[in-house]
Design a protein around this ligand. Structure first.
Ligand SMILES: [Zn+2]
Length: 260
């Protein structure tokens, strides 16, 4: 992935989605202060929600997306995937979902969708043939429930061919910094032995991005259609929010995509 910069505002974008409006936001260029400095897009993290809403608008302006229709996930570590209907436009932002929705998919043009994270894995999906886009949040719970693959299944059920789907796995905590307890590590050890490492202290280091990629390939995506961002949010806390590095007091980064 490469950096798209306008003023102080920066996004990670992928060559695999050239011509498609998309990006993962970085930290700088927003209006939030303190722990949320500066481009926090999290509406429920303790930041002033109006600042967070303003930051989302700043992102949409830079990405040239339609601000009227921005629709967000409502992330509660579920494996709920929603295919957007017209009545869903604006949910997660100016209207409530009413339940956890950790992944959204749409075939509506001019409807930007966004997921958010700070260490968890944000994944953007796009099928240029069927014209469909999705945004997925996967922490360890959602990843254990295979949420990225479930989102691909939703896209397939609406007419996508997995072979045409491009996936961008965004900035998230890396195996270098993501220590989890024994019971969490054991959830992944059997199915993804190369993505987990048991430590002498009975903790595990796990590679959530690698596991997400493996799940997408199991769901039928081609290896060459997956762009896995190698950035660790904890190692690169200067440029990315990290829940762990900032001891829970961090803003959130957004993953945005819109069909034209
Ligand atoms: Zn790291």
């Amino acid at each position: 992935m490469e950096i798209l910069k306008k003023g102080e505002v920066s996004f990670l974008v992928s060559k695999k989605l050239k011509g498609v409006k998309h990006g993962f936001s970085m930290r700088h260029g927003g209006v939030s202060k303190g722990d949320f400095n500066a481009l926090n897009v999290g509406l429920r993290r303790g930041d002033n929600p109006f600042d967070a809403m303003r930051n989302i608008e700043i992102c949409l302006d830079v990405l040239k997306m339609n601000k009227e229709n921005i629709t967000l996930t409502y992330q509660l570590h579920t494996d709920n995937v929603r295919f957007l209907e017209g009545e869903d436009i604006g949910k997660g932002f100016i209207r409530e979902w009413g339940e956890g929705v950790d992944a959204v998919v749409t075939d509506m043009p001019q409807v930007p969708v966004m997921c958010y994270s700070a260490d968890c894995v944000p994944t953007l999906l796009y099928d240029g043939k069927r014209k469909m886009a999705g945004a997925v949040h996967g922490g360890w719970r959602g990843t254990k429930e295979n949420i990225a693959a479930k989102t691909v299944e939703m896209m397939k059920s609406k007419g996508c061919d997995a072979k045409n789907i491009v996936a961008l796995i965004g900035p998230a905590i890396g195996m270098c910094c993501y220590e989890v307890s024994l019971d969490v590590g054991e959830c992944f050890e059997r199915d993804y032995p190369e993505m987990v490492k048991r430590m002498p202290n009975d903790k595990y280091m796990i590679d959530l991005k690698g596991i997400t990629k493996a799940q997408l390939i199991n769901a039928g995506l081609c290896d060459e259609n997956i762009d896995n961002c190698m950035i660790c949010t904890a190692c690169e806390n200067e440029s990315f929010f990290s829940h762990r590095r900032q001891k829970g007091r961090s803003g959130l980064l957004g993953g945005f995509i819109q069909l034209d």
